[in-house]
Write a protein that binds this ligand. Sequence first.
Ligand code: PRP
Length: 177
Amino acid sequence: MYRLGEILVTRERIRDMAEETAAKISADYDGNEILLVGVLKGAIVFLADLCRMITAPVIIDFIIVSSYGQEASTSGVVLLRKDIDINIENKHVILVEDIIDTGVTLSYLKNIFEYRGPASLKICTAFDKPSRHTVDLKPDYSGIQIPNEFVVGYGLDVAGMYRNLPDLHVVHTDIDE
Ligand code: PRP
């Protein structure tokens, strides 16, 4: 069982981060159309905020991935379960994630998307756990760096729950009791 714990990142700080990220993106793309690709399901909340704050023209699509491996150390095998519907050749693409943990998911997606010949490809994440990275992956827009805590809220879940919480919370297991 899990118990919802204290707030690690407040909604105000998250909002500031989203605004700053959107401002950077708007400036970097200078009015060029951007394709935001959300990695379901966790990215939906951040993507919903981001797309309304970016001033450049935006189109949106989604992908679904599954990773396979041991609980603590991912095997590095990622399966693309739902692809985007759009040809990305010559488009400016940003992959949008809620969190980078090991970095395996985005590293895999980056390879796939680069192969398709976009005009540019960048990575944007709301939260990042640099201490957990097992691959060399540098997000272009890295939001808020967090310690290695089990967290939920702002799109992140445990067993499908808590994605809708506006703040980022720590989760405790019963063993902590
Ligand atoms: C989470 C998160 C990333 C991935 C990050 O997704 O949304 O996609 O894990 O982990 P990594 O950096 O170690 O690859 P999850 O599999 O929990 O699916 P969800 O988005 O549907 O919650």
